[in-house]
Design a protein around this ligand. Structure first.
Ligand SMILES: C[S@@+](CC[C@H](N)C(=O)[O-])C[C@H]1O[C@@H](n2cnc3c(N)ncnc32)[C@H](O)[C@@H]1O
Length: 246
């Protein structure tokens, strides 16, 4: 796997890149384990080799947060490969903990072999996904997950919302025809935003069969940290499934 590939025309990112101090074990995992799982270049995106063997499906999760959904999907579906993208360093470190089981306060292993853990079908890009788009071949993914994206509810921040025509163009390009694009949100402004922007995009159709579809967790769902918080605070998440049609 490659080292981080930086391109110069970086789009502006408005979220947080770092939070609390990353403690010793997580810092060690970021230094030693993350480079073994990192994908960042065109050459990494090879269906037959990037997971050591061809996989039934290859899925992308954008903004995986602390990694619960990504890890849960990978655990349940060893036949598939998962590429997780997250800018927030503490979240990436948390995913490394989930995969390795290495915790604070215990002796750190001398060596880490990231691919020797039971869940070895995850690869990671630890930066803005828009930097990765250039590297991904057409029709590469079977599924794309965008779960609880930052809502940017103020009108003057509308352009910061991830669901926008430019990003949808890239998502449609890297998703196979017939592939799934799933968006979840708990924010009323973002719900309306998704409905409006996706309706105007002819590359996708909404697959809801009845009016209540979007209120229920999809069958293959794994709850995320952000979703648990939303539920505790009384907000109701919705789940949009879109199919790429052309
Ligand atoms: C509200 S959080 C939700 C995290 C997680 N999906 C969950 O449900 O718990 C949104 C996440 O998306 C990440 N994010 C936002 N824009 C991104 C981008 N362009 N590329 C990669 N990650 C991004 C943020 O860093 C943040 O962790």
């Amino acid at each position: 796997m490659s080292s981080l590939h930086i391109v110069s025309d970086a789009p502006k990112f408005f979220g947080r890149r770092k939070g609390r101090v990353v403690r010793k074990a997580k810092s060690y995992l970021l230094d030693v384990m993350l480079p073994q799982l990192r994908v960042s270049r065109k050459a990494d995106f090879n269906h037959d080799t990037m997971f050591g063997e061809p996989k039934k499906e290859i899925c992308l999760e954008i903004g995986f947060g602390d990694g619960q959904h990504l890890y849960g999907q990978a655990l349940k579906n060893p036949q598939n490969g998962y590429i997780g993208v997250e800018v927030f360093k503490n979240g990436v470190a948390n995913l490394m903990t989930l995969i390795s089981g290495v915790k604070e306060g215990v002796n750190l292993p001398e060596n880490i072999d990231a691919l020797a853990y039971p869940v070895n079908n995850i690869r990671v890009f630890d930066d803005d996904v828009r930097l990765l788009f250039h590297e991904i071949p057409d029709a590469f993914f079977d599924k794309i997950f965008l779960l609880f994206p930052d809502p940017w509810p103020k009108k003057r921040h509308t352009e910061r919302r991830f669901v926008n025509p430019d990003n949808l163009k890239e998502l449609a390009r890297v998703l196979k025809k017939g592939g799934l694009f799933r968006v979840a949100t708990d924010h009323p402004v973002y719900k309306r935003h998704v409905l409006r922007v996706m309706h105007a995009c002819s590359d996708f159709i909404w697959t809801a069969k009845c009016g209540n579809d979007w209120k229920h967790e999809p069958e293959d769902w794994v709850r995320t940290k952000y979703q648990e918080k939303a539920i505790r605070e009384g907000r109701r998440p919705v789940f949009f499934n879109y199919k790429r049609v052309r």
